[in-house]
Design a binder for this molecule. Structure first.
Ligand code: RB5
Length: 149
């Protein structure tokens, strides 16, 4: 599985921990930055993660800022991107199983590294269950196209 990572300065350290964790497990990781704790603008990194997915360069993405809020808002502006901000493992599993989320967002100043790595593992191993949930996710796509739902 190919994973794309992106973070601003508030998520940089957690991104580094996640990158090492995923590479140790054999995932193919694409790191869109940032590459230091110097201050940067989180929407650019949310966009970079979403863009890699929409271009088919990655299967799932992980985007991190200080709270996870801003980068989640930015990524979710991209049609086809379903970014889920998770602070515990149940939501991470449901975001994949029910919502077919393709980006996990995390708060580097909110969620500790140990819990964040558990959230990542569960997000990446959970499959979309489809069925009635596919119908609901399709309604989100309809909204993106400006269609009636
Ligand atoms: C940067 O200071 C901070 O605003 C950013 O990382 C994030 O928390 C925004 O939502």
């Amino acid at each position: 599985m190919r994973i794309v990572l992106g973070a601003d300065h508030g998520g940089y350290e957690l991104k580094e921990a996640i990158r090492k964790h995923l590479e140790a497990q054999g995932f193919e990781v694409k790191d869109m930055g940032t590459y230091s704790t110097d201050s940067v603008d989180y929407p650019k990194y949310g966009f970079a993660v979403g863009d890699a997915i929409l271009k088919g360069e990655a299967d799932l993405g992980i985007a991190i800022c200080g709270t996870g809020q801003g980068i989640s808002m930015a990524a979710n502006k991209m049609p086809g991107i379903r970014a889920a901000l998770c602070t515990e493992t149940f939501s991470a599993r449901m975001a994949r199983e029910h919502n077919n989320a393709n980006v996990l967002t995390l708060g580097g100043r909110v969620t500790g590294t140990g819990l964040a790595l558990d959230i990542v593992d569960i997000f990446l191993k959970t499959e979309f269950s489809g069925g009635r949930h596919a119908l609901r996710v399709n309604l989100i796509s309809n909204i993106e196209r400006g269609e009636e739902i």
